[in-house]
Ligand binder design. Sequence first.
Ligand code: F0G
Length: 457
Amino acid sequence: MKTMIEPYRSRVVEPIHMTTREQREEFIRDAHYNPFLLKAEQVIIDFVTDSGTSALSTRQWSGMLGADESFTGSRSFYRFREAAQSLLGHRHIIPCHQGRAAEHLIAHAVIKPGDVIFSNTHFATTRENFEEAGAVARDLPIPEALDPASPHPFKGNIDLNRLEGSIREAGPEHVRFVVITVTDNSHGGQPVSLANLRAAQEICRRHGIPLLLDAARFAENAYLIKLREEEARRMTAREVAQAMFHLTDGVFMSLKKDGLGNTGGLISINSDEWAEKIRIRLLVSEGVTTAGGLAGRDLESLAVAFDEALDENYLAYRIASTCALGEQLAAGGVPVLRPFGAHAIYVDGRAFCPHLPDEQLPAWSLSVALYVHGGVRSWETGNVMMGRRDKAGGRWTWPALDLLRLAIPRRVYSSNHLSYAAETLIDLFERRHEVRGLRFIYRPPVLAQFVATFEPV
Ligand code: F0G
């Protein structure tokens, strides 16, 4: 097979600071064994997130130079709205500063205490926002999503039988909405099929419940549908994305992932009543309705990105390069979650570190060891992010999967960078018994991963 090349070239470069193992041991100790608390320049390859870390294109930069920074009604907003609306198709387009702001606005504008919200899987911030507003946020992934080896092509699907049963059990009048996260970031970046979305919409419509998408990775989901679902084979990625959005009553999204923005978020919604409530909240907490806390140049950059994110040369390369990383790791024996998605490769922390019990946070400990070993920063979506302790502060409930995530910033790293990260992790796998367990020192009540501190056991 021919080498698949990056369908872009670099004209601006940022040097990487090289570090030694001894330095990294000191850096991570000073960061209390939380890779989030490292300084970015202490990292060689940064796979902590694909969020807000994309390289901007020449088209985005040239749009930004022509931006209109008027306080309200700026030309850049109307360009943004036009680009978003022609893709998403809803009546109202409301910008905001990032994904969790969109979640917060929806939570405070439309959720009432006692509401129930069902999802394939709520992302961590989504769950916190909805629960803070008094709702119960319940996940209904299909059983295959929790099996790291299952080859199911759409492990992001919502379990339709459980959705129907759970709506009946809760009473449809208590279900404020159903939200499907594309792709399912917490369970391996797995896509949701068009057939599943359509069936979920049918169930929601029958019960009079709105269906929303958390569409942070809509373009990658659309392209994975095109590759894996028969009915979409001859559609363009844009047509698939439009078909996904067409099935919904509304969408909220971070524009820092597939939106190719360094910041940004939006809510796209049909209901006039919800839009009014959301805009009032927006004025209180984010900014005017034609900016939502974003600068004109952000809106310009995002307007261009709705187009670039769905470029099929870019998406084909994105998915092929992520798969190549996954295959290299698998060939080295590393227990990786399959099938590979698009934005990240996930490693099974418990299988990598069988000598570490859940209390010693296998995937988190592995991410610290990986940083020390080769300066590669990753993120855990597992015991630290999703572990829950009962009210009395006693027993822990651990999530079904304890994963280390290597999230790949868009258009930033070359194949050699990916290969270096794979070699580092494979080398660590060969001496995996050396990975030391960690335990919490400080654990905040919510979103522990961002600020918690740890010590070696
Ligand atoms: N929804 C999903 C599916 C996400 O992955 C994220 C962020 C958000 C919502 C929140 O968006 O960061 O713009 O406020 N995920 C990042 C990550 C943090 O690394 O996966 P945000």
